[in-house]
Design a protein around this ligand. Structure first.
Ligand code: SF4
Ligand code: SF4
Length: 335
């Protein structure tokens, strides 16, 4: 199933600097993996579409629908043979276009966090940065902390920075530096939010940063409860932020345990919660049921295992299968 990734990688120099929209050849490969294309069949809402619009000297305002509809699943970058920095450019356009009424409120929240007192230095050399979905399930968060052992949860989890990245709000430089300073002291950083993970890897290139899914699925006690009839739902943002390494990691997991994965070539970017910006901000209804049915179509499974708790809630509602988080696999007698 991961052969598709490897095939695309073969065609490009992955160490070359990322290019920009003027280099888009119009090959349309990004459409194959884009959940927005699958849902709307509107090329103007895809990387191909907004690259062509910008090549034709349209203004950023002409691609606002495309920029807002992007779910930031990041699936298009690995398949782009021109190595275009699609996500970087979408986030840049969001910053340029960030003028709607909700932005003021978001910016206020980011600025408010920037003025809070400095958090104390972490007491452990490993820090977990939870996402908002994890805080909503304190029992699972407690299990994760017990499983990962000696992990510290900081008062400063970077959730405001993640929100700013997603929405296009500005991140005050002083705030960003304060956040990164505490992280520079650590031996290991475990990140639940895939968008934050991607940026931390750029801001702290020498740090040991991994996603929560990889941290948990690496445990023998979690692995021993994986089954061949499981659908293992990889969190796509964290995956695509480090796919060159993780394609091998997950393929080894597949070979060892036989479970199916959500990120195959046809359904590469179809998480249950493939939400665009208005949906993520709660300003529009999400399409979780539609995404879930597409992800499950034609599969013979008996259970779904998720890395991300937001997806657990959506899959429980729409799938009819038992859904467990990786941390729950460590329990004896798991479903
Ligand atoms: S990040 Fe996902 S939704 Fe956005 S353009 Fe790329 S594939 Fe489509
Ligand atoms: S895959 Fe890359 S080069 Fe091809 S159309 Fe999409 S953005 Fe352009």
């Amino acid at each position: 199933m991961f052969k598709g990734f490897l095939m695309f990688d073969f065609f490009k120099n992955t160490f070359a600097p990322r290019r920009n929209y003027s280099d888009c050849s119009g090959c349309s490969l990004c459409l194959l993996v884009c959940p927005v294309w699958r849902q709307h069949r509107d090329i103007s809402l895809t990387p191909h579409g907004h690259a062509k619009a910008l090549q034709n000297v349209n203004s950023a305002a002409d691609v606002v629908a495309s920029v807002e509809n992007c779910t930031l699943c990041m699936a298009c970058e690995p398949v782009c043979p021109e190595n275009i920095d699609i996500i970087g450019m979408i986030l840049d356009l969001r910053r340029q276009l960030a003028a709607p009424t909700w932005l003021h409120e978001l910016q206020t929240r980011v600025n408010e966090r920037a003025t809070r007192p400095v958090a104390p230095a972490p007491s452990s050399s490993t820090m977990l940065l939870p996402d908002q979905a994890l805080y909503a399930y304190p029992d699972i968060l407690a299990r994760i902390v017990a499983l990962l052992r000696s992990v510290n949860i900081s008062d400063d989890d970077g959730s405001d920075i993640s929100l700013a990245l997603e929405s296009g709000a500005a991140i005050p430089e002083q705030r960003l530096q304060r956040f990164l300073t505490q992280l520079r002291q650590l031996k290991r950083i475990i990140v639940a939010d895939g968008l934050l993970l991607r940026h931390l890897k750029q801001w702290l290139p020498n740090a040991n940063i991994i996603g929560l899914g990889v941290a948990l699925s690496g445990h023998a006690v979690v692995r021993r409860n994986l089954r061949a009839t499981d659908l293992y739902v990889i969190e796509p943002r964290a995956y695509h932020a480090d796919y060159q390494r993780l394609v091998k990691y997950y393929d080894r997991l597949r070979v060892a345990h036989g479970c199916a994965f959500n990120l195959d070539l046809q359904r590469i970017a179809i998480p249950a919660t493939a939400r665009n910006l208005p949906q993520r901000l709660g300003l529009a209804a999400s399409n979780d049921d539609g995404q879930t049915h597409w992800m499950l179509h034609g599969r013979s499974i008996t259970r779904i295992v998720v890395e991300n708790l937001e997806e657990r809630a959506a899959l429980e509602k729409a799938s009819g299968f038992p859904v467990v988080h990786l941390a729950e696999l460590a329990d004896d007698g798991v479903t």
